[in-house]
Design a protein around this ligand. Structure first.
Ligand code: PLP
Length: 436
């Protein structure tokens, strides 16, 4: 535990020492994995220092690591784990599908039903196409916008994350990014973005935006901002794409249903496949019909596993039987209550920490400056983040190193209480080290 006058380096060194002592098998797995996986890792976001916990199994809302500890999961696979880790309805749908064989090379009995369920739920979608990830969904949606408009430019917001090859650090695309012609706006900046769209109106195929920026720090888009995007893009025949890979869980009809703004195209992923591999994109028939293989000059949309039976069957079970509109509302209400509770604790304890987000998705920020765009969310000292994270893990509370949290259906009141108590403890430890 942190002592008065202890430096941040000392505090971090101590928690890391305890972490190493508690987790020798995770350390050994990491070392061995590093022989054939760069940095022991095959998905960058799962790495954190000094090494990540190796998970052996999970049940309900709990994760179990190889050293025999259990964790209350508040990360939930970065929103894909909305159903927890062992929902029986989803498990039996997958078992049932697998019992009839897999990898058919033909349409199966699930994909059209899943499409029907999605179109019934999300206002912007008359039709959808399935794929394997949110990244693919976004690439396809942008590609469709370019094909439909005959223009090349894509307006994206600084620091946006729309997938592994659609990643931006400020206005710098990752070297791995697909080489679309980007134009950069500042999130939630209504006037500047309006002017930007006007000045690029002849070259823009689309605007791609998350109604709440997720990875950038759970930063809600204001209703004015999102409505302005709708108005301006309609004015110039630019397609508006909502990336609802994360946010579609924030209301029974997605975030678009909550704010009453209907985009031209919407992209999906994460939880919709019930926790299996998933991506999809959809929109009005006038746009999606370009994929109709029997139409005139159809666009090719391929992907061996687009309709894999596990994801399709799990998705049908998830949307049809588990995630009713009432449960969507309940889960988001629980999230709102948790976020208010954590912010109330930080205020009462006078610790400059804040929790942003909407409903069941949130992010803990270790400063109290107002955050309406990612530039304002950035923290200066990664040691604070590491200290916070390792202290939370030590208390059996699992969340992302960057403070990202998403809730699952099986989390119970005692989990929320434990999280709030752990949070209070840890921010008090951090308090002497936080910038005033
Ligand atoms: C908003 C958003 N878009 C796209 C993606 C990419 O999805 P996937 O990891 O399935 O490729 C993510 C993943 O975190 C995301 O948060």
């Amino acid at each position: 535990m942190l002592k008065r006058n202890e430096t941040l380096d000392d505090a971090l060194a101590k928690v890391e020492e305890r972490y190493r002592a508690r987790n020798p098998k995770s350390a050994a797995r990491f070392e061995k994995a590093s022989e054939h996986l760069p940095g022991g890792n095959t998905r960058t976001v799962l790495h954190y220092s000094p090494f990540p916990l190796a998970i052996t199994h999970a049940e309900g809302s709990r994760l179990y690591d190889v050293d025999g500890h259990s964790y209350s999961d508040f990360l939930n696979e970065f929103t894909a784990g909305l159903f927890g880790h062992s929902d029986e309805t989803i498990r039996s749908a997958v078992r049932e599908a697998l019992s009839k064989g897999y990898a058919f090379g033909g349409p199966n009995m699930y994909e059209a039903r899943l499409a029907e369920l999605m179109c019934g739920r999300f206002p912007s979608c008359d039709q959808v196409r399935m794929c394997n990830s949110g990244t693919e969904a976004n690439i396809n949606a942008i590609g469709l916008a370019r094909a439909v408009t005959g223009r090349e430019g894509v307006l994206v917001f600084k620091d946006a994350y729309h997938g592994g090859v659609l990643t931006f650090d400020g206005d710098r695309p990752s070297p791995l990014n697909v080489p679309f012609k980007w134009v950069f706006g500042r999130y939630n900046d209504v006037d500047a973005t309006r002017a930007l769209i006007e000045s690029h109106k002849d070259e823009l195929a689309c605007v791609i935006v998350e109604p709440m920026m997720g990875s950038a720090g759970a930063i809600p888009g204001s209703s004015d901002f999102l409505s302005m995007l709708r108005e301006e893009s309609s004015k110039y025949g630019i397609l508006l794409i909502f990336d609802e890979v994360m946010t579609s869980r924030l209301g029974p009809r997605g975030r678009q249903g909550e704010i009453g703004v209907t985009p031209d195209l919407t992209t999906f992923g994460k939880y919709i496949g019930g926790g299996m591999t998933f991506g999809a994109f959809g929109g009005a028939k006038q746009f999606m019909s370009h994929f109709d293989p029997s139409g005139p000059s159809p666009l090719l949309h391929s992907g061996t596993y687009n309709n894999n039976v596990m994801s399709m069957a799990a998705g049908v079970a998830a949307l049809e039987k588990v995630l009713t509109p009432e449960r969507v509302k309940e889960l988001n209400a629980r999230g709102d209550a948790l976020r208010e509770r954590l912010n109330e604790i930080a205020a009462r304890r006078e610790v400059p920490v804040q929790v942003t987000g909407i409903g069941s998705i949130m992010c803990i920020h270790l400063h109290d400056r107002p955050i309406t765009s990612p530039d304002a969310a950035k923290e200066s000292d990664p040691r604070l983040r590491a200290l916070f994270h390792l202290e939370m893990l030590e208390r059996g509370l699992y969340l992302a190193r960057r403070g990202f949290i998403s809730l699952s259906l099986p989390l119970e009141q005692e989990d929320y209480d434990a999280f709030a108590a752990g949070f209070e403890d840890v921010i008090l430890l951090l308090k002497p080290h936080l910038p005033a």
